[in-house]
Design a protein around this ligand. Sequence first.
Ligand SMILES: *[C@@H]1O[C@H](CO)[C@@H](O)[C@H](O)[C@H]1NC(C)=O
Ligand SMILES: *[C@@H]1O[C@H](CO)[C@@H](O)[C@H](O)[C@H]1NC(C)=O
Ligand SMILES: *[C@@H]1O[C@H](CO)[C@@H](O)[C@H](O)[C@H]1NC(C)=O
Ligand SMILES: *[C@@H]1O[C@H](CO)[C@@H](O)[C@H](O)[C@H]1NC(C)=O
Ligand SMILES: *[C@@H]1O[C@H](CO)[C@@H](O)[C@H](O)[C@H]1NC(C)=O
Ligand SMILES: *[C@@H]1O[C@H](CO)[C@@H](O)[C@H](O)[C@H]1NC(C)=O
Ligand SMILES: [Zn+2]
Length: 460
Amino acid sequence: MLLKILLGVLGCVGAFATETVAEQPSPPPQLLLVSFDGFRADYLRRFPMPNLKLLYSQGVLVEQLTNVFITKTFPNHYSLVTGLYAESHGILASNMYDPVSHEHFHIYNDSNPMWWNEARPLWISALDSGYKTAAMMWPGSDVTIGNRTATHFSAYNPQVTFKQRVGNVTKWMLGDEKDKGVMFAALYWEEPDHSGHIFGPDNDTAMSQVLKEVDDNIGLLISELKTTGLWGRVNILITSDHGMTQCSAQRLIQLDSCLHPDNYTLVDLSPVTAIIPLRDPEAVFKLLDKCHQHMKAYKKPDIPDRLHYRNNDRIQPIILIADEGWTIVLRGDELPRLGDHGYDNSLPSMHPFMAASGPSFRQGYQISSLQSVDIYPLMCKLLSLPPQPNNGTMTRARCLLAAESCWDVPLVIGLVVGVLLMLTAITVLFRYLSSRRPPGSRPFQRLQVDDDDDDDPMLE
Ligand SMILES: *[C@@H]1O[C@H](CO)[C@@H](O)[C@H](O)[C@H]1NC(C)=O
Ligand SMILES: *[C@@H]1O[C@H](CO)[C@@H](O)[C@H](O)[C@H]1NC(C)=O
Ligand SMILES: *[C@@H]1O[C@H](CO)[C@@H](O)[C@H](O)[C@H]1NC(C)=O
Ligand SMILES: *[C@@H]1O[C@H](CO)[C@@H](O)[C@H](O)[C@H]1NC(C)=O
Ligand SMILES: *[C@@H]1O[C@H](CO)[C@@H](O)[C@H](O)[C@H]1NC(C)=O
Ligand SMILES: *[C@@H]1O[C@H](CO)[C@@H](O)[C@H](O)[C@H]1NC(C)=O
Ligand SMILES: [Zn+2]
């Protein structure tokens, strides 16, 4: 007994000593952000994905992310790492024209910093806090943004396998004798987007094959993290940029059938078409406006607020938005792709998902939805970094974290409803009892006096 007390005292002293020695707070866990391009939210329900399920069963799952308009790869990948809507970060489409500089942007010729400089991705801003960072083929990885790049980066190269990309990323996270490991790494993989375009998301045979490959890659990532001792120590966040919907040759919209191509300059085509009218803008708009019942035409000032797609010079004077599954072409009957994305970001088929696990996350916790711009402030919180101005919020994302206490909304509603039902029942019972008393009697007194009155069935 005495020994125990002594040990206890020593333990306390020991704890006190280590507390005073540790003057600086320990650095937060490293963070690995992974994107599987074009991973539509409901693939998770349609296909087995055992490795991904293992990952989020030990962590958290957000079933659906509301991404940003337009629901294309570059705008959304930049939103994930900046927390900004496309109009605020400046990467607005796969093809852009800048009326100020007269430059053209295309995703295969994207390295002019001018396009990216309206924002700072996390792999750049984290450098300001003395962190090392890495960007592996994430859109913008190799671009000198604000005169800087990530500490380690690779330009997009489809020849490099997922295994090779993971090999480099884990090496960068581990660091070596002279270089500390990176605090933040972003890793990109082009599937299931690539196959989704070719086969269409409704092709179960093709999509189950490609999603098995994606899940195998997640398995490979987990085992690489385990081999290197990073698993369980780092936070890992797996997400995507957008979903995918089935297109059809029966759902084509031919622009040439509505107006002569001499009347406009085409900047981007489908599913969101960007047009600069020549000569008579009003006449051009009128023709486009009545062109097709499954395509909406907007003059720039009239683009709906909810799309957050108006306040930028690179948004053209007229945009056309195709309805889900419709494809805008110039002419002809040929369908360019069986699957596509880019449509209205309120469509569930355009939404991706998010899964995460690691020391900072709750375990086995799910929420139904989040905004994809919320992921940036979440990542800043995970890394203890001050977020830059952004369009996200921690309101809902907070609940994914182990250190936060959160009201479970369905549970709270359940409790409130339960309490109300109980109060109602008591009131009804009370009224019933009162109504059975002869006039003038006082129920309170009677209830107290006749506590054990067993001829009253209601009291049993
Ligand atoms: C890429 O863009 C630059 C301008 O930023 C342009 O000079 C060059 O010709 C473009 N290259 C291709 C292959 O389109
Ligand atoms: C980048 O550096 C150059 C000089 O090397 C400077 O003139 C320019 O303003 C810098 N740009 C940004 C965005 O910091
Ligand atoms: C990635 O790793 C391979 C070896 O697996 C190496 O040859 C290559 O240079 C690395 N790439 C980068 C960008 O460091
Ligand atoms: C689905 O994809 C497979 C390839 O995996 C292809 O052979 C088949 O024709 C496709 N089915 C349809 C209906 O497109
Ligand atoms: C469209 O172009 C055609 C051919 O150049 C021309 O005749 C017509 O007036 C133009 N219409 C408008 C609305 O600009
Ligand atoms: C998004 O955030 C940026 C940066 O704070 C801000 O300028 C912009 O007004 C925000 N957009 C909306 C719709 O709130
Ligand atoms: Zn994409």
